[in-house]
Design a protein around this ligand. Structure first.
Ligand SMILES: Nc1ncnc2c1ncn2[C@@H]1O[C@@H]2COP(=O)(O)O[C@H]3[C@@H](O)[C@H](n4cnc5c(N)ncnc54)O[C@@H]3COP(=O)(O)O[C@H]2[C@H]1O
Ligand SMILES: [Mn+2]
Length: 653
């Protein structure tokens, strides 16, 4: 009964008693018959009322008493049943008392140091409110009431198990396609073609069966797969070994075929999963295939595999479609701006010139954005000479000048890069809305926003190769001078390290086309010749090369000297020529607070993945990164860590 009610009850009892006493006094003093009857009546009435009052209050008390009684006597069982435990500790964090739950679990910790028993609870004394810990293989949520020096524990094992099960059952959707399938079938005889079809299908089906994946073929070389999060996790643990299994099986058939997998997860809307999976697949393609790319709503994109160079596709259908679409876009625009990457080299500059020639063929006013301060040294010499050419009067403009142009119906063609941070001027990307990207780098996460057209072909040697190929399919005649063709040819030389790496049949076709356009090969080599001093500096860098693991060389030159990025690249090319060398990394200062790493490799090591770990990118066998720091030794340490990480990932694949 509440205090208020008790007071009320006592008040009424007193009033009744007073009433009775007054009636009694009345009778004693008056002694009349009436007063006797009145006193008797009041006596009987008050006895009845008191009886009723006490009965009612006893009823109220009974309910209240029963709760407190249970708390007193049954609290132990109630706490054990609810999985609740209490631990009291003293100011030295020694356990001074535990509730019955611990006796029940046969845990005797009284007298022990709390954090020695459960070190993980330390965070409860810092900033965490609640922590989950393992006690006798059950999970307990623990809350620390610091004022009362008491820990409240709640058994949440069942809840955690159910929520884990729930997560495990979440649906993932994947698109799986076979790279180079059509090309392999086209070139094979009947019997091999049949083996290619059945083997590639069987490998994927077996994988699906072993992993409980629902699989449906939706085109000759494409499948849609549905599985749950548990299966996905298993694939991650296995580092998607299906990629290697498939590649090996294809190799046994003498074919170069790989898988590209795009996975969508982390959403319970099926449509959204489908969209995520599809865009993950295009990402896998643009990074050169032979990999699984995973996209989810709230986690960063993950990549697995990517351990082979992209294979050039022999069919040119894509090039033709792109050429026609691009021509349509150019025709609709009033004028065109062309922009390469910062520190433009011959490929970036050559591609800009090639694009310029194409736009001029359609009679469009065209400008090439150039930043003379950041041009690669040799490209700068050539570009400056080209300025004097009548055809190029007013064509090269600075980023500032470009921003002043009237951009109402302007097309911006971005060549040889796709990351806004690498573009000569990223502001222009925000100003111009009609954009086209033509590039041959493996796609990174950062990408130009919403281009009208993207032509990203990591299998191509250079951007020049891609654009020269597009010449073939233009209806208008494209005029290219001997000097322009030579500059473009030099771009191909640079990006293929003088036709040593990343060359396919299409590379030579494009080179032949440039020769047809009167490219002067001797002159191209001249453009790239180094003088005596540069050669000595290059040699001084290569001299510092040391072995880091099997077939890997790292060189760094002088720790405090500032080099050009090109020079680092050249030293890298030089070292890669040594027999047995699979990858080389040249680390050097390229600014007061900038260190660049230039990476080169043969077919065995994907340096793009290593450079990506340090925020850079590039191609499978030619990549780089820039680090904002001063200390070359520190950069080398970071590089060694990235190499180790890459090799560990490969080992466990
Ligand atoms: N933060 C980042 N994120 C993503 N990707 C990044 C990146 N930083 C660099 N890259 C890419 O990595 C590739 C290798 O750069 P690297 O400077 O070693 O090597 C460059 C360049 O320094 C070198 N080069 C330029 N002129 C040269 C010359 N005259 N002689 C020798 N090599 C030259 O030729 C290579 C041209 O390669 P390409 O432009 O196709 O691709 C480049 C570059 O675009
Ligand atoms: Mn390039």
């Amino acid at each position: 009964m509440t205090v208020k009610m008790t007071r009320l009850r006592n008040g009424i009892v007193i009033v009744l008693l007073i009433e009775f006493v007054l009636a009694l006094l009345g009778y004693i003093f008056i002694s009349s018959k009436t007063s006797l009857v009145l006193a008797t009546y009041i006596f009987i009435k008050n006895i009845i009322m008191l009886a009723l009052i006490f009965y009612a209050s006893s009823l109220i008390n009974e309910n209240n008493i029963s709760v407190s009684e249970v708390l007193n006597d049954e609290a132990k069982n109630a706490f054990i049943f609810g999985g609740l435990g209490l631990i009291k500790y003293d100011k030295n964090r020694n356990i001074s008392w535990t509730s019955d739950l611990f006796t029940e679990m046969k845990i005797n910790i009284v007298g022990k140091k709390l954090l020695e028993w459960q070190p993980l609870l330390a965070s409860l004394f810092e900033d965490d409110d609640i922590k989950v810990v393992d006690i006798n293989s059950r999970k307990f949520e623990v809350y620390n009431s610091k004022e009362s020096r008491m820990l409240y524990l709640k058994d949440v094992s069942d809840y955690i198990e159910i929520s884990k099960e729930f997560e495990d059952q979440q649906i993932c959707v994947a698109y799986i396609t076979v790279d180079n399938y059509d090309e392999s079938i086209e070139q094979a005889d009947e019997q091999t073609a049949a083996s290619i079809q059945s083997t590639s299908r069987q490998v994927i089906l077996d994988w699906a069966k072993d992993n409980g994946v629902v699989l449906k073929r939706y085109k000759s070389d494409g499948y849609i797969a549905v599985f749950n999060e548990r299966t996905y996790r298993k694939q991650v643990e296995d580092k998607f070994k299906i990629l290697d299994i498939f590649k090996e099986q294809a190799e046994q058939l003498g074919q170069v075929m790989t898988l590209s997998i795009g996975i969508g997860r982390g959403s319970n809307i099926l449509r959204e999963l489908d969209e995520l999976a599809f865009s993950a697949l295009s990402l896998a393609y643009s990074r050169g295939g032979d990999q699984a790319t995973v996209k989810s709503n709230d986690e960063p994109i993950r990549y697995f595999g990517g351990n082979s160079e992209s294979y050039e596709k022999s069919n040119m259908i894509r090039a033709r479609v792109i050429a026609q679409t691009l021509a349509g876009i150019i025709k609709k625009s009033d004028n065109v701006l062309i922009m390469g990457h910062k520190q433009s080299d011959f490929d970036s500059f050559g591609a800009s010139i090639a694009m310029y020639a194409m736009c001029k063929a359609y009679g469009k006013k065209t400008y090439i954005i150039i930043d003379y301060d950041s041009l690669e040294e040799k490209t700068k010499t050539v570009a400056t000479n080209l300025c004097d050419d009548e055809r190029y009067r007013g064509v090269f403009i600075s980023p500032l000048r470009a921003q002043e142009l009237n951009m109402s119906n302007t097309l911006l063609v971005i060549v040889d890069n796709h990351k806004p941070s690498l573009a000569i001027d990223s502001n222009i990307l925000d100003i111009v809305s009609n954009k086209v990207v033509i590039d041959h780098h493996r796609r990174g996460e950062e990408f130009v926003e919403l281009p009208l057209l993207t032509y990203l072909e990591p299998a191509a040697s250079s951007t020049v190769e891609l654009i020269v190929e597009l010449f073939e399919y233009q209806k208008e005649e494209i005029c290219v001078t001997e000097r322009e063709a030579t500059i473009m040819y030099t771009g191909m030389l640079i990006d293929t390290n003088y036709f040593r790496t990343r060359v396919g049949t299409r590379t030579f076709q494009a080179a032949a086309k440039l020769k047809e356009l009167q490219a002067n090969v001797g002159e191209a080599y001249k453009y790239l010749e180094d003088d005596y001093d540069t050669t000595l500096t290059k040699l001084s860098i290569t001299q510092t090369a040391y072995r880091y693991g099997e077939g890997i060389l790292i060189a760094f030159g002088k720790l405090d000297k500032i080099y050009s990025r090109t020079l680092l690249a050249k030293a890298g090319n030089e070292l890669l020529g040594i027999s047995g060398v699979k990858a080389v990394f040249i680390v050097g200062k390229t600014g007061k607070e900038e260190i660049s790493i230039s990476a080169r490799s043969t077919r065995d090591i994907n340096v793009q993945l290593i450079m990506e770990k340090l925020g850079g990118g590039g191609h499978f066998s030619m990549a780089a990164c820039q680090l904002e720091m001063e200390d070359v030794t520190r950069a080398i340490n970071l590089l060694e860590e990235a190499v180790n990480m890459y090799l560990d990932e490969r080992k466990s694949e």
